[in-house]
Design a protein around this ligand. Structure first.
Ligand SMILES: [Cu+2]
Length: 113
């Protein structure tokens, strides 16, 4: 578990170095490394239930590496209750979550087709 941290840091530095080189080699726009990095952190899920009043959502999710969690169905709190708008049971999503005390909080959520 501890050995993951230096590896992640090294990967981050490599991305930064790559971005700097790309900027200096030519003027054409290159896709920022942020996109793939963010996607790697996102977990897959399927919405099972939405509680707009409480701002919670029950998600059947896949592995969440950042939380060291295997696939399961569980409730998450939405960082912003507005994230529940347009969200319905059965929707496939990709999301990021953080742990805050006993709560798991969805910080970013995208619907996928
Ligand atoms: Cu879980």
């Amino acid at each position: 578990m501890k050995s993951l941290l230096p590896a992640l840091t090294a990967a981050g530095l490599t991305l930064l170095a790559g971005a700097t080189l790309a900027q200096h080699s030519h003027g054409s726009p290159t896709p920022p490394p942020v996109a793939s990095q963010a996607r790697a952190e996102m977990a897959d899920g399927e919405v099972r239930r939405v509680d707009k009043a409480k701002g919670t959502v029950l998600i059947r999710h896949g592995e969440i590496k950042s939380l060291n969690m295997g696939p399961m169905t569980m409730a998450f709190r939405l960082q912003d209750p507005k994230m529940a708008e347009g969200l319905n049971p059965g929707d496939k999503i990709r999301f990021t979550a953080i742990q805050k005390g006993d709560d798991l909080i969805v910080t970013n959520l995208l619907k996928v087709q």
